[in-house]
Every structure is written in C-alpha cells, then in structure tokens.
Design a protein around this ligand. Structure first.
Ligand code: 16G
Ligand code: MG
Length: 518
C-alpha cells in the first residue's frame, strides 16, 4: 500500500480552491449547482470516488457529470456504486464534508480521516459522452465481468447490443407499430438514441427530435421529460411533428426519465407518465408470469412515491402489493429489491424493474409444460435483458413500453384508458427556511412546523377526492405542494390554498405569496 499522496493532493487542490461563500450539499441527485461553480466540487468528487473504490476493494465507481433534467446553466455531478446503483446513503455525508472542507489542509485532513484510508492513486477510465444509465450499466458490467452475474460487455456498444438484441426477440413476429416520435431534450439521449435506432433497424421506427446537443441554452429548454411533466403539455417544438393518434415520448437531458404522450383526434394532449408506465409494465409482467406457469412462485410488487396519481394507486393496489416511499431513486430502488419482481416508477418518469437473484434463478430453471408457457418464459427472460436493472433508463424503458404496446396492439389511447388520472397540481413555495419542514409517512404528512398538518387536513376535507401533501425539495431551495381532486378547478384551488397556508405559516413577503387562485 502506498501512503496518501499528500503533496499531489495539495498542489492540485490549490488549483481548485473552494470559495468560502458557497456551501455544497450531496443531495437526492448528487451535487447540483451552477456549472461554473462546480470546479472545486469536481476535484473533490474525484478524490471521493477513489476513496470509495479503495473502500470496496478496488471496485469500479462511476462519476456522472450531468445537468439531468435542468436547463443551463445548471449542472451537477453524482457517484455510482459498484452494482450500478446510487451512492450508498452513508457516504452522502462524506461527500458533503469533503466538498465543504474550507482549505487545502482541511481537505487533506478530511481525506485522511475518512475511514483511515492511507492509499489513493486510483485508475480512471473515461466513459466519454453518454447517458447516465449507460454509465450505471458500465459500472455494473465492469464489476461483474467474468462472474456468474456478468451484466454484459463493458462498453456502450455492449449496452446497445444487449438492449437491441433482446428487444428484437421480444417483438419478433408482432406487427410493427407506427413511428414513435422521440424528444431528446437536446441532450445526450440524442447521441445514444441515434446509435440505438441504427442497431434496431426496422424493428422500431424512431423519429428523433430536439437533438441539438451543441446549441447553447437548448438543453431541457421547453422540451424534455421534466417540461412535459410539470407543464402537462406538448413541447412546442413537437407541434408541427406530432400527428393526432401518434405516440411520442420525451427523455430528460441525461436520459434517465421518460414521459409518453399523444394527441387525440381533437388534438388534445394526453400524458402517459411514470405511473401509467408502471401500470402498463406491471400488468404485462403479471400476465407473463401467469402464462409461464409461475403464478404463486413469483410475486410482482410496485413501489411509488406520494406523487403517484391517486388514480394509479387505486388501480394498482386493487391488484398488487404497493409500497409508498420518500422521493428519490435510492428509496424506490431499495424498496423494489424486496419483491421477487419489483416495478418502481416515480411519476416524473424515472423508474425500472428489478428481478431478484432468486427470480432470475427461477426463470432459468423453470420447466415449462406447454409451448405457450415456454413462449411466456422466454419473453420474461428477454425482458430481464431489455430492462436496465441498475437504474431508471429512458431508452431501455422506451423499448420496454414499445414491447408491451406491440404485444397488446395498444395505441396510446388504449394504454391511457387502463385508469383515469385524477387532476393534480404542483406548486412551489419560496420560504426563508425549508429546513423548518419535516415529514413522516413517506412524506405524506408534516410533523413540522407543528400544527400545520392539522390545518391542511381541515382544508383537504372540503374537496371531493382531495389529497395534498407538502415537502421540502431535495434539489431546490423551495417547499413543494402537491394536490389532487376529482375536478381540475378543485385540484388547482386546493394546491394554491395549501401553498398559501404554508406561506403564511413561515411568514414572508406578502408580494410573493402564491396567489393564482385566491
Ligand atoms: C432528483 C431525484 C428524483 C426525484 C427528484 C425530486 C435521483 C437520481 N433523482 O431528481 O428521483 O424525483 O430529485 O426533486 O434520485 P425534489 O426533491 O426537488 O422534489
Ligand atoms: Mg435525469
């Protein structure tokens, strides 16, 4: 073991000093801030990744630099753990501490203190410009190379080959669906999407739009999955492209979120969000497990957050076990691991399906007793390969959805009619201290400020089908309010009333009080 290269760290650290005026926080999605403020964080994240790798016997760790769903000039950086999962929660604190060490000496002390590591000097490999889910795939593929759980070839080509070959098997013999319009958010999904389209050939007709990855200011600007979800409307750039009845989807800037939508005959916009995707996917997998003769042997379960539309929760919980967890992929992923087959999706379009090791074993050893069972079993096995099980992956999820639509001969309209979404509204409230807001019950109830939840309950009771909750954002300095009710006007009114209550509770400039409906 070599000792900590203090002098090397010192001289490099001097080139990336941390300004005393800023505090960084490793939050739900890593470090997120303005791109031009990230330099000292990048340097320290490099050290952290090396330490994390050392701690885990030299396993490969991923470092992703991405603005994700945010428009420029935002940017961010996050770490990927060896199995392609999010950084273990206990290390988020180490990340925050390292990033905030005020001086070079403090930084070196913090590095030395971190579990007493004495060695550094990690090897780095540049994964190039690619999507977040590809990086997660690569990390898992590298760390499982040559083992029983080998995840695939550790290159982007290996990823594309794995997804496209299983997709082709899944849709073989099914009538080809009409073209799918894909909004790439002017992000890196355009690059990988293009390669995927090439690999897929005529098994899927993809029309890539918003592919201007070199245009300054274009990323996630009036396009992309977050725009569609929060605005609940068609990206204006698609207005001249999308025809009534045609399916379209939006990726976010780093291609780990996916939203589907279509225009009906009257040209009205209909959104098929993460909840609709979860429902479609879960129903299909349940059907396949039954057809394969695995009923009772393999249990499918769902994980959602409080943002899941009440319509979806009702539909799903009448059929399957459903668990609600706090916002953030790590919570969903973790909970989904407890099922044989865990389907998790956030309403914002981030999600995937996890097959437990026992389920994978069952799928490889089960003896089908009829040709129909054998076909269903093969489909299940191919699904385990088309799905990126490390993390939510827009391109992989898109192939999953397209597989199901092809199998069911569903248009967007038929998929949409599985259940009816309750009208809902999301409002941001700018408060002096969002730290004053604490929640329980998977963020569905406030425990602080004291007494506020009782006032919310009282208000919600007055709305038919009303539901509302308040939580501090993990990524922005705001408090978020969600409300739904059976009528659009009621959902809007409830959201703004709750936002008003929140605002009054913490006090603030009356001019900034949320006021749209009061
Ligand atoms: C991050 C999370 C996402 C979550 C969102 C909530 C990851 C990779 N991403 O984007 O899952 O929905 O934050 O943001 O965990 P909020 O706390 O600002 O509402
Ligand atoms: Mg993203």
């Amino acid at each position: 073991m070599t000792s900590l290269p203090v002098e090397a760290i010192r001289s490099l650290a001097e080139q990336h000093p941390k300004p005393s005026s800023v505090q960084f926080q490793y939050g739900t999605a890593g470090f997120r801030t303005l791109g031009n403020a990230l330099d000292p964080v990048m340097f320290r994240v490099g050290i952290l990744a090396a330490l994390r790798s050392k701690k885990l016997d030299g396993k490969t760790i991923g470092v992703m630099v991405t603005a994700s769903h945010n428009p420029e000039p935002d940017n961010g950086v996050k770490l990927v753990d060896p199995r392609g999962e999010m950084l273990e929660a206990s290390w988020e604190t180490h990340a925050t501490n390292l990033a905030n060490a005020p001086t070079t000496n403090a930084l070196i002390e913090a590095v030395e203190a971190l579990h007493g590591f004495k060695a550094l000097g990690a090897e780095a490999r540049n994964a190039g410009v690619t999507t977040t889910p590809v990086l997660h795939y690569l990390v898992r593929a590298i760390n499982t190379k040559g083992t029983k759980g080998s995840y695939g070839e550790d290159t982007e080509e290996g990823y594309l080959e794995k997804l496209s070959s299983s997709f082709k098997k899944l849709v073989a013999g099914k009538p080809a669906l009409p073209s799918l319009v894909i909004d790439c958010a002017n992000g890196v999904g355009a690059v990988v999407g293009e390669k995927l389209a090439h690999q897929l050939g005529n098994s899927l007709s993809m029309i890539l739009t918003n592919t201007a990855i070199d245009t300054l200011g274009a990323l996630n600007n009036a396009c992309g999955a977050d725009f569609v979800k929060t605005q609940q409307k068609l990206p204006p750039s698609l207005a001249s492209v999308l025809k009534p009845g045609q399916r379209a989807c939006s990726l976010d800037g780093d291609a780990d979120r996916l939203m589907y939508y279509y225009l009906d005959d009257q040209g009205h916009f209909h959104m098929l969000d993460g909840d609709k995707i979860a429902t479609l996917v879960a129903a299909f997998i349940v059907e396949l497990t039954k057809s394969a003769g695995l009923e009772g042997k393999v249990q499918v379960g769902i994980v959602q957050t409080a943002y899941a539309n009440g319509g979806s929760t009702k539909y799903l919980s009448e059929r399957l076990p459903v668990k609600c967890v706090p916002t953030g992929v790590k919570h969903l992923h973790h909970a989904a691991e407890h099922y044989d087959i865990g389907v998790y999706f956030e309403a914002n379009g981030h999600g995937t399906v996890l097959f437990s090791p026992e389920t994978l074993e069952t799928l490889s050893t089960h003896q089908p007793s009829t040709p129909a069972q054998s076909t269903a079993l093969n489909h299940l096995v191919n699904l385990t390969n088309v799905i990126n099980q490390t993390v939510g992956d827009a391109l992989s999820d898109m192939l999953l959805v397209e597989t199901i639509l092809a199998h069911k001969s569903y248009s967007g309209l038929e998929w949409d009619s599985l259940y009816v979404d309750l009208p809902n509204r999301l409002v941001k409230v700018v408060v002096a201290d969002r730290g004053a807001f604490k929640t329980e019950d998977a963020e569905r109830r406030l425990i602080s400020p004291p007494g506020l939840q009782a006032k919310l309950d009282e208000l919600v009771r007055r709305y038919e089908g009303g539901r509302s909750f308040v939580r501090p954002s993990g990524t922005e300095d705001v408090v978020r309010v969600y409300a739904e009710a059976i009528a659009r006007s009621q959902a809007d009114e409830l959201a703004f009333r709750v936002a008003g209550l929140v605002y009054d509770e913490v006090g603030g400039d009356p001019a900034k009080r949320p006021s749209e409906f009061m």
